[in-house]
Design a protein around this ligand. Sequence first.
Ligand code: BES
Ligand code: ZN
Length: 465
Amino acid sequence: MQPHLFYNTQPTERGILNYNNEEEQRRMIFTVTSKAHQTATTTGVSMHHPMIFLKTVCITLWTLLTWAITPGIAATMDTQPLSISLDQDTIHWLQMHHANLLEPSFASPLSVRVADNRQKLSLVQIKPENLEALSAVMHLQFHRCGGFMIEDSPTDFVLDWAQNFTTTAQPVAYSIGMHDQVNAILKQISARRIRDTIAYLSGFENRYYRSSTGIRSQESIHGIWKKLTLTNPDISVELVQHSAQYPQPSVRLVWKGSKQAEEIIVLGGHGDSIALNAWGGVERHAPGADDNASGIATITEALHVLALSGWQPERSIHLFSYAAEEIGLKGSSEIAATYLEQHKKIVGVLQYDMTNHPKNTNEIGLVSDYTNAAQNQFVRDLVTTYLPHLHVTSAPCGYACSDHASWHRRGYVASMPFESNPQVIYSKIHTSEDTLANSDATGNHAAKFAQLAVAYLVEMATIDK
Ligand code: BES
Ligand code: ZN
């Protein structure tokens, strides 16, 4: 099969993507497609199912993107093995079925126990040329898009994961006692406003981490949050610029607590979007209405009703629209690492990534891995108290699937409520069909998460109840 045939028959829309040149992009598309196909053939799984094919190229593309934008990795691409972290169950499975993909050191990998995950995470080495095959295997066997993390250094791997919770987490006594205040604010939540914000954000051609519209979408979230809070002297909103590797900023809102301002509660979601076509190319049109305009719109609505209510937090609240989640949790990783470096006291982190595509109307999910068990129980208690009609299904993502993992790996207490059982994959994710019309066009499902966010923030940010 000739590379140019792929490219010429199914061209990827271009113009927004900063490939160094057309040749680089063409090579990338060919490598993804041909290698994914070979791997699927050798593992005996049919690639004819469109979802399998799409998802496979999606991971391989993510891997290649990471190579393409990370000079350190790109430079070592053909020589040094890369370090990746994986959970031990996966390593055992790979050992049985695809031992050839990993370097011999995997027989005695460097391992750490991840607090609140019943499993260990191990650092193994892989030759760069085997990375694509591993990605494809991971998807075909485990239905993950990604599913492992490329680690910059073994030292960071051990330091980040092994220190879990003993040093970083700020202990907090979970209690629920703000019923009147919470219930009054909950009444103000508007599904319509959430729907309108999702419509607005998904109206950007894309919110891709390297595109100009990806910068503008974050600036617009900055503008929306600023407008909602202009008259409140305790609230400031700013753009957080990231490393020189990509231009998309994160957005941060800081609401200063009146009593213990140094204790922080974080509520965030990712502001970027990505869509992939069947050939592994990044599509220009990436509405990301559910993934994750919904999370940002939900956070925005919680802010709206809280700011207008006149309520004042006693602890500080930091809201985030993180940059560059879709290519490896980049924005949130940088932010969480900085908070850790600065010894910031965080009492809890809540992550909203996909809130508006219900599987069952009265069911919400709670991600059980890479999160904190005690805070997860508190979230369930909040649902029982304030949203008693809802049923919570706890299940693992199976891997570090969103920005909560950036905090969790640095020892902070994180939880991620999710639109449904996290094991249920929304078929439109990472496609140009992730639109408001294909999720909940009323915004009603996301409104439940805005209610939960208000309950969480008011209870967590109040010391004297
Ligand atoms: N919203 C997804 C994560 C997700 C998908 C959670 C399905 C639960 C169910 C997120 O934006 C995402 O796409 N994450 C990546 C991983 C990341 C490390 C690049 C993924 O799942 O492939
Ligand atoms: Zn995503």
